[in-house]
Design a protein around this ligand. Structure first.
Ligand code: G6P
Length: 492
């Protein structure tokens, strides 16, 4: 089927028309349409944090665009109109800043410091759109608290020609804060200044992207672009967190990225369930996970530009739907998000595809390819996509009669998504497709796809271990953790 900017061939999946009709019935019984409308109405669907989930508003045109005639929009309360107004105010300011930085020839290096949702989205988009980027700027993404990553970048840049973007929704994430402090110290140690009047000042060379503008100011960054707590971290590339993207491709193309996502939003919010690609894919995910008991899904982008897409989708899907408790607090009896994994093609073919063809587990595969490969070596592109099509065919038809070890069962499912080309609008639509698809399966499972309390546990324990380390106090700590901590301290 054709959805905005994305063609989807779902014909190699293990379902029939009847299966899909029954799944749609399940969607009706799970109140999917009502839940979708609640999101569009700005209801607090992130119940554990009492927040709405309105990342789609970040790409809604000021006049409502393709959603203007939607009955939900037409009955929006005033505060939704105000929120949309604020979105466009901030977007205009952000894009003006982006164009100014883009045109500033003195700035040759942009260093984005952030992790999770404040890193993966911008990284995947900047990588994907490298053909749209002026060659006079280098983009660096630092996320890991491992000092090797920041050190590697700092060895290659100079304070006077570098702009640091400190990206953190909360402005409290330990890794980002440590990386930001180290970058700041390096900047001051190498000729930068705290004096706002100085030519190489923190004011000119640091920008914070955050909802916590106060913490950014306390850190010493005055130039801040804000956003709102109703933008989940993993859905935030459309907000101020997208500044590195906007610097890379410019305001006009950033707007094209938003427009592509908006076209998919309108498709999702208004098309009937049977013609709605995010709904069809979300239902397919439920079918495979709960009825066929497939526990993972392989994502294989046949595009070097999309080489980081799987990492991005891992956070999007597994952080959103890796839950075992329903919205009303009961433990679910059925499993939720599968393991998402994969590598770009054709590399994956020469590594793990063997298991996809002959391994004991059936693993649905998602091929993502471009019809038009752009300006590089057309022959390579044809070879790339033919490989993807051949792999999907091989998984389906298998092989028999050549001796048991050579035989492949076949009947292994795959979906094939094809973009016309890798441009901002198509990429925006593709990412929005995944956001909504995940919403659909989350709605069927009746989980809150917008919180991530499991992540908090690890963060808290890391903080406690740090504190205990300074007092060398291990009372009440389990033996395994104690031993590892003692070993770490001994080596110092
Ligand atoms: O943007 P920040 O507040 O620094 O958060 C960065 C990341 O932190 C945690 O890992 C959360 O699980 C992610 O959802 C979030 O994207």
């Amino acid at each position: 089927m054709q959805a905005p900017h994305v063609f989807a061939d779902l014909s190699k999946n293990l379902w029939t028309r009847e299966t899909e009709a029954l799944l749609r019935q399940l969607a009706v019984e799970s109140l999917l349409a009502r839940k979708r409308d609640a999101m569009l109405a700005g209801a607090a669907i992130n119940t554990s944090e009492q927040r709405s989930a309105m990342h789609w508003l970040l790409r809604t045109p000021a006049d409502g665009g393709q959603l203007a005639q939607s009955p939900v929009l037409r009955s929006w309360p005033q505060d939704m109109h105000s929120a949309l107004h604020d979105v466009h105010d901030t977007l205009d300011r952000m894009l003006a800043l982006a164009d100014q930085i883009k045109g500033n020839q003195q700035i040759t290096d942009i260093v984005n410091i952030g992790i999770g949702g404040s890193h993966l989205g911008p990284e995947v988009v900047v990588n994907a759109l490298e053909d749209w980027i002026d060659k006079d700027k280098n983009f660096h993404f630092v996320s890991n608290v491992d000092g090797h990553e920041l050190g590697h970048v700092l060895r290659r840049v100079k304070p006077e020609s570098t702009l640091f973007l400190i990206a953190s929704k909360s402005f409290t994430t330990a890794e980002t804060m440590l990386n930001a402090r180290s970058a700041r110290q390096w900047f001051l140690d190498h000729g930068g200044s705290e004096d706002p009047q100085a030519p190489c000042s923190i004011d000119r060379h640091f920008v914070a992207l955050t909802t916590n503008t106060q913490a950014a100011a306390e850190f010493g960054i005055q130039r801040t672009l804000g956003f709102w707590d109703w933008v989940g971290g993993r859905f935030s590339l459309w907000s101020a967190i997208g500044l590195p993207i906007a610097i890379a491709i410019g305001s006009e193309q950033f707007r094209a990225l938003l427009d592509g996502a908006h076209a998919m939003d309108a498709h999702f919010f208004t098309e009937p369930l049977e013609n709605n690609l995010p709904v069809r894919l979300g239902l397919l995910d439920v079918w495979y996970r709960n009825f066929c008991h497939f526990s993972s899904r392989c994502i294989a982008p046949y595009s070097h530009g999309l080489r980081r897409l799987t990492a991005y989708l891992q956070q999007l899907e597994m952080e959103s739907n890796g839950k075992s408790i329903s919205k009303n607090g009961t433990r679910l009896s059925a499993p939720t998000a599968p393991v998402i994994w994969g590598e770009p093609g054709t590399n994956g073919q020469h590594a793990f595809f063997q298991m996809l063809h002959q391994g004991p587990d059936v693993i649905p595969v998602e091929f993502i390819a471009l019809r038009d490969g752009g300006k590089y070596l057309g022959e390579h592109h044809q070879s790339l996509v033919v490989n993807a099509i051949a792999q999907a065919q091989a998984l389906m038809v298998g092989r028999c009669g050549e001796g048991q070890e050579k035989d492949c069962d076949g009947n292994r499912p795959s979906s094939f998504l094809m973009l016309e080309r890798l441009d901002p609008a198509s990429l925006g639509a593709l990412i929005a497709l995944y956001e909504h698809r995940i919403f659909v399966s989350g709605a069927i499972w009746d989980i809150n796809s917008f919180d991530q309390w499991g992540v908090e546990l690890g963060k808290n324990l890391a903080k406690q271990l740090h504190a205990r380390k300074s007092h060398n106090d291990w009372s009440g700590v389990d033996a395994s953790t104690q031993e590892l901590m003692k070993r770490l301290m001994e080596s110092h």
